[in-house]
Ligand binder design. Sequence first.
Ligand SMILES: [Zn+2]
Length: 494
Amino acid sequence: MDWMRTLYSRMQYRVRAGAEWSEAFTSLWGILAGDSMSPAFFDAYISDFKPPTTESDIIIGDTPIGNMELADDIVEITSTNPKRPDLTHAQEKLTYTEHDYCHNQAFLELNGSKQSGHIIIEQVNDFRYGGVIFSSDPRPKHLFERNYRTRAAQARSALYSVFATEAFVGTLSVHDGITMYYARVDPYLVHGFEAVIDIDAESLKLLEDVQLEFIRRLLDLNPRCAIAPLFVETGILPIRHRRLILALRYAKYTLSLPDRHYAKKAYLDAIVLYKAGKRCWVRDLETALTKLPDFPVITDITQMESSGGISALVDEVHDSCAQYLHKQLQSSRLPLFNNPHRSLNFANPKSFLRKKKYLHTIFVPAHRRAVSKLLTSDHGLAIEQYRRVRRRDGSAIPVDERWCRYCNSPTESEVHALFLCIGDEAFPDIVTRRQQFYNDISRILPSFSVDRCLRNPSRSIHFLLDTPDLAPAFGKYVFDVLAMFPGFPKASDS
Ligand SMILES: [Zn+2]
């Protein structure tokens, strides 16, 4: 305390304009904004703020909670019957707060509308406390719907700001983009995880849409690209799993607190409510776990009662995420994501979420984008373009009838274009370019064998991408080859 007193009493300021500095001067007003001691000072200042305990206070465990203070953000709580609201107890608290405490004791003034010296109490449908918006308006579907909408809008605004920087600094590298994501967008997406559990799919989707848009823009993929590769390639955890893991860790943290701590009392009270069959935070947590896509996590309340049990649940959510991503990668649309080639290991679910080396070893943005498009089937090759096309009778076009536009092989696939296509008389460039690529690779890695590459092209693609010396040459090759197969391929013979 002496140190802080010294800091404030001796502090001097100077104003800088360009290279010039003003004389030093002292300020007798204000606090160090942003300093963690500032709210602590306010807490010390209002430590004797003790509104009366009334029978309408909320009871958590055996503790009545009638007011909360987060520095100067103060809330007083009164439970009433919505059909016959009785604000007698609320008046007791207001009289104490305005008259006994603020006016007579602390010399503070409440921040509210005034008329003839009396504070007007307004009825509001939305109320923000601790950064979380609570809505009582009947229009939103649930208490936190406006909170989701606000956070999603803020996250999207941050997303636009991040990509607006490209006008000044050029294309963001994936590494920088991910750093900016965690610094500017993720805080809005995870905000309130300890209070708001994602049990409403529609609200959660607002946050998921922003996360997907960010990763797609970072990798320059179109909105129809497959979702799982976005996470697997960048190492970013899907927001649904991330928020749930953070909430579980918060539950574990509350259990580690002393018994007198309100957060622990609230958590233990939620467990009591759960056991009594009532709606509560713990039940929401259970619901969110059972709603995880494809691989729900089933829990029982005993797991929630111990920190070991909660840690096991966190591991199960990581497993569920890995299984979900793995299942999505098995799609016939993603032939280059076969498990054996990508070091994905169920014993280590985090292996599914590692930023891939090629995203930074291929430093030319256009080449890196070409590789992302190749891997995620976001390209113009016939195998992908004819996936959504139907014949006149409504049937799908078989894979072996998506002909190569140059050599008339049955399938114009990724592997075909990169390693097998022989072009045609009018277009021999692809063979020349491939030979040049083989020469480049052989020069960098003399042990490279074209035969080995052709024996298992899919595995070779991942070998080339995972080898830092080879990835840039491969990235340029992929860029050149995809440029040779532009737009929509020729019409199918059918
Ligand atoms: Zn071909």
